[in-house]
Design a protein around this ligand. Structure first.
Ligand code: SF4
Ligand code: SF4
Length: 383
């Protein structure tokens, strides 16, 4: 976006939310040590009912939202998932299911297809069962995921795999891509884990070193060449960890600009990580979505650029990256309005440089990671 292009995050220019992420539940059979769910997810005991979710979908669509993702936790744990997909399809949303694949079978894939689901993305933890078990806390999950990836493809969906990379699996990237190739994937997102939620808690045990990252980028480039030579159409998207960039990403395209998450209990957030910020968010049980999006204080707090501090406030790049990520700024500095320390112009950039140095010498083993489960989560619950 050039500095003369209107930015939807600017005051007075608030457009409709285009994306709705429906986090149907925080329940999940897996325990990924990098999960982006809030640390205190165990405190959320109530979930919106089917009727309430249908009302959320209708309100979001009436506001202009066109794309929606069903995620969690594990959205397949909701027995009403097919009904919600059918309603989203009827309303005209393009729908995406973001799943671990656990809870899926051929019958359910068929039911979701009949309901009108447009797209399924399955996550893989590793190329082999041992690493997958260590990082996600389940010995059986890996084989099940592979079977469900094949079943999704057989049902006529493009097979889109998401592999979260970290220091314990990134050196096996060659085998991971080979597995995706063998499975017949159409696209693979090689997403280095970003340091929010449980990943931030486990950062020392997850952040790869620069040498690991460079080797992985070289492996990806080599695979892209091989795939092209073979005429194999498998798209590889490599997402670099924020910590190895010198400029932050324009997080969510700007706070409250195009993206809206509804959490399992109805809390409405500008992104799925924002719940850990020291502010309270409105709830669809108490306020219409339209009012929350356009008028609520939390959704307006970081819109535009008036809230920015130096160096962002007078920076020419502020309308391109909107000062970066509020969650990352808060996690690293304790101030959600600070410049994202990923930026090399930030006075706090040394914190990111220190994390990179730490990654060069870290000795945390996989068994030392804190897994995301109810027991561990209760440690962070306030009551
Ligand atoms: S990241 Fe892992 S633990 Fe978290 S919701 Fe996804 S599958 Fe479950
Ligand atoms: S100082 Fe702020 S606006 Fe400028 S590049 Fe860095 S994060 Fe972006």
């Amino acid at each position: 976006m050039s500095s003369t292009t209107p930015n939807p995050a600017l005051p007075g220019a608030t457009g409709a939310p285009l994306w709705l992420l429906a986090e149907l539940t925080y329940r999940c059979p897996l325990q990924c040590a990098y999960c982006s769910n809030p640390l205190e997810f165990a405190a959320v005991k109530e979930e919106l009912s089917t009727t309430e979710w249908i009302e959320v979908l209708a309100q979001a669509r009436a506001m202009g939202a066109v794309q929606m993702g069903f995620s969690g936790g594990e959205p397949l744990l909701r027995q009403d998932l097919e009904a919600l997909v059918a309603e989203a399809h009827r309303l005209g949303f393009y729908t995406n299911l973001i799943t671990s694949g656990l809870g899926l079978d051929e019958a359910r894939i068929e039911a979701l297809r009949t309901a009108g689901l447009d797209h399924i993305q399955i996550s893989l933890q590793a190329s082999d069962a041992d690493v997958a078990a260590a990082i996600a806390g389940s010995r059986k999950a890996h084989a099940k995921k592979l079977a469900m990836a094949r079943a999704v493809k057989a049902a006529g969906y493009p097979m889109v795999l998401n592999v979260v990379l970290h220091r314990h699996n990134i050196d096996r990237l060659d085998a991971i891509i080979a597995l995706c190739d063998e499975l017949g994937a159409d696209a693979v997102e090689l997403a280095n884990c970003q340091m929010y939620g449980w990943a931030h808690l486990n950062r020392e045990g997850l952040l790869p070193s620069r040498a690991q990252l460079e080797a992985a980028e070289a492996t990806t480039a080599r695979w892209r060449e091989q795939l092209t030579e073979r005429g194999r159409n498998m798209r590889l998207l490599f997402v670099v960890p924020d910590y190895y960039n010198e400029r932050p990403k324009a997080c969510m395209g700007g706070w409250g600009a195009i993206f809206m998450t509804v959490a399992p209990d109805g809390a409405v957030l500008p992104c799925h990580s924002a719940r850990m910020l020291p502010m309270s968010f409105p709830n669809v049980r108490e306020q219409p979505l339209r009012e929350i999006w356009y008028d609520s204080e939390p959704f307006n707090r970081y819109r535009g650029d008036a809230w920015m501090q130096e160096p962002c406030r007078s920076c020419d790049e502020r309308h391109q990256d909107v000062g970066g990520c509020r969650c990352q700024a808060y996690l690293l500095t304790g101030d959600a309005a600070a410049t994202d320390p990923v930026c090399s112009l930030s006075p706090d950039h040394h914190l990111v440089e220190a994390a990179r140095r730490e990654a060069d010498t870290a000795t945390v083993e996989m068994v030392d990671l804190t897994l995301r489960n109810v027991h561990e989560s209760r440690v962070f619950c306030r009551d």
